[in-house]
Write a protein that binds this ligand. Structure first.
Ligand code: CA
Length: 228
């Protein structure tokens, strides 16, 4: 894969480790230690993907994203020490494509980078989307659009939504959604309710009175493609 990655990470050893693992996988990268340097590099170079640390000296990752803005052709993978940062980034609509929480296994990070690069290369327009209400979901491109505008979803949020959208009109128990999306038979199935709640906040007009992702009391959830 002929891709170029910009790594913005102030922990030198960690940055170099990531760089080394990407290199082993044939992905070339440039490492810098501040967001300011990163913005400078972006002025004269194009990158396919940015691996961005949140906690940086000077300008932090959030501020970087605000300045960098949403550029659909450049992917952003956030490295963060706190899971709560994901909510901040998504809540502010800062346009990140992927989150990896520290500490992480370098192999896992490289796999996420590869998956993201593939996703970015998938032309969303040419793949067939699935419509519901004012939305179009592109299962391969990992993208959801509302009247042409991209709705930012985390990978897992997208996975849950995709599962529901692809099985409209059918009732699923939390445990069924869990085993299908998380690929595990057992685990914390309460996560399903958490993700459904997040999705409702993003796609429902009134999240407390959903029209797409319906709760069927005592049975589970049903996706109503004619809602909205
Ligand atoms: Ca840091």
């Amino acid at each position: 894969m002929n891709a170029k990655v910009l790594i913005i990470e102030d922990e030198k050893e960690l940055g170099e480790l990531v760089q080394l693992f990407l290199e082993k996988d044939g992905i070339s990268s440039v490492l810098c230690s501040t967001a300011e340097e990163g913005l400078d590099l972006l002025k004269n170079n194009s990158f396919d993907l940015i691996i961005l640390d949140i906690n940086l000296p000077g300008m932090d990752g959030f501020e970087f994203l605000q300045i960098f803005g949403k550029r659909s052709t450049t992917g952003v993978l956030i490295l963060s020490a706190r899971e709560a940062d994901e909510d901040v980034v998504l809540g502010l609509g800062l346009g990140a494509d992927e989150f990896v929480t520290k500490p992480f296994a370098p192999k896992v990070l490289v796999a996420r980078v590869r998956a993201l690069l593939r996703r970015l290369k998938t032309p969303g327009e040419s793949s067939t989307g699935i419509s519901f209400g004012k939305y179009v979901l592109h299962p391969e491109g990992y993208a959801l659009f509302k009247e042409g505008e991209r709705i930012v979803l985390s990978t897992k949020e997208f996975d849950v939504l995709r599962f529901l959208v692809m099985h409209p009109g059918k009732v699923f128990m939390s445990s069924e959604i869990y085993s299908a999306v998380w690929n595990q038979a057992y685990g914390d199935i309460t996560s399903v309710a958490v993700y459904i709640q997040r999705l409702r906040k993003k796609i429902e007009r009134d999240p407390s009175n959903p029209e797409f992702i319906l709760t069927i009391r005592g049975k589970g959830y049903l996706f109503n493609k004619d809602g909205g």
